[in-house]
Design a binder for this molecule. Structure first.
Ligand SMILES: C[S@@+](CC[C@H](N)C(=O)[O-])C[C@H]1O[C@@H](n2cnc3c(N)ncnc32)[C@H](O)[C@@H]1O
Length: 340
């Protein structure tokens, strides 16, 4: 691609690239649904919220650049458009815009703070599954010494990182793809904490770490193997890589994936010839999704009263999808890897 893309064009490309993929499923839309201008805008608002810019100039811009074509009412990426989308989705990512929206809404919502308190035991503006009990379990499984330093990969707005810092006294670098999350993380001033915008698809640090934590973030890696390899290569000798990882399956034939030593993540460790250990926390995972859904149902009026219904919908459609997931089709683990 010779000509640079505008921010609007990038967002339109990312929306088109994801339109038919599983994100459409959350909204109850069919994969066959044509990508009309109205449909794309609806999809965009559901994920990027009010931050979605006026995409009108991007429709014509991408067509002029040969990345987009229109057939009747529907738009589709050209071959060059699909290739550009693939590159953009690894470098800038769809999630960056999704999480910019989430963190800009959630921090100022009193209803969301109460929701987090009820679901996670304390309001750390969580987005993943790990509640305070699971975080304590992590620290028991992977002890962190106060003179050590490490990385929190996918740290969001840093509230969980700051909590971990207070518990351990260690130094933490938090990294996240969302500039909005990191901007907010910077507001916490603590000499044991540092935050930077960074991408788990392109990890490269001059320093090495005593520990690297991934708290429900590896699902977003463009290549799980590539990101895990990058994490392991950034550990000091004796350092630990620890992650919370959930595995979903949709068909009976995939059941072996639910074994802790055979999940998509376990297979990556095994393929790299790296020994690992794990704890099974599947029951907690199941409970989490149902609790989240039930608390949200109860709290809908509180979100509505403060004008945060968009945030409620955003959280509810994920919670409901996984609360309804068949019981025998889900497993959750904490993994631990130690560098020699
Ligand atoms: C499910 S949330 C988990 C956040 C937090 N660790 C927690 O448990 O609440 C996933 C986080 O990963 C971040 N993320 C997504 N893709 C990323 C990427 N490619 N590189 C770095 N962070 C990413 C998101 O911005 C978001 O903050």
């Amino acid at each position: 691609m010779k000509e640079p893309l505008t921010s609007e064009e990038k967002q339109l490309l990312l929306l088109l690239g994801w339109f038919r993929r599983h994100y459409a499923l959350y909204l109850g839309l069919s994969r066959e649904r044509p990508a009309t201008r109205k449909g794309i805008l609806e999809f965009g608002r559901a994920w990027f919220g009010k931050r979605l810019p006026d995409l009108e100039p991007a429709f014509s811009g991408l067509q002029q650049k040969g990345l987009l074509r229109q057939k009747d009412e529907a738009f589709e990426l050209t071959e060059a458009g699909s290739a550009t989308f693939q590159r953009l989705d690894a470098s800038e990512t769809f999630y960056r815009y999704e999480y910019d929206n989430f963190f800009s809404l959630s921090e100022k919502s009193a209803a969301h703070a109460l929701f987090c308190e009820r679901v996670y035991g304390e309001n750390l503006n969580q987005h993943g599954l790990a509640d305070v009990q699971e975080l304590r379990q992590l620290l028991a499984f992977v002890p962190i010494r106060n003179e050590s330093s490490g990385l929190d990969l996918g740290c969001g707005n840093g509230r969980i990182t700051a909590w971990l810092q207070r518990q351990t006294g260690a130094r933490f670098l938090g990294v996240d793809i969302s500039p909005e999350a990191i901007r907010r993380a910077h507001q916490a001033s603590n000499p044991g904490l540092e935050f930077r915008v960074g991408n788990m698809n392109e990890l490269s640090f001059s320093e090495r770490f005593d520990f690297i934590l991934s708290i429900d973030t590896l699902y977003y890696a463009a290549s799980l193997k590539h990101t895990v390899e990058a994490c392991l290569s950034h550990l000091r000798p004796g350092g630990a890589f620890a992650c919370f990882f959930s595995q979903w399956i949709s068909e009976e034939g995939e059941k072996p994936l639910l074994e802790g030593d055979n999940t998509a993540l376990a297979q990556v460790f095994t393929g790299l010839g790296q020994p690992f250990e794990f704890q099974d926390i599947s029951r907690q995972g199941h409970r989490h999704w149902r609790l989240k859904r039930d608390v949200l149902l109860e709290m809908r009026p509180a979100f509505e009263a403060e004008g945060s219904l968009a945030l409620w919908h955003y959280r509810f459609r994920e919670a409901n999808r996984y609360a309804e997931w068949p019981e025998g089709h889900y497993a959750r683990f904490i993994y631990r890897f130690r560098a020699k």
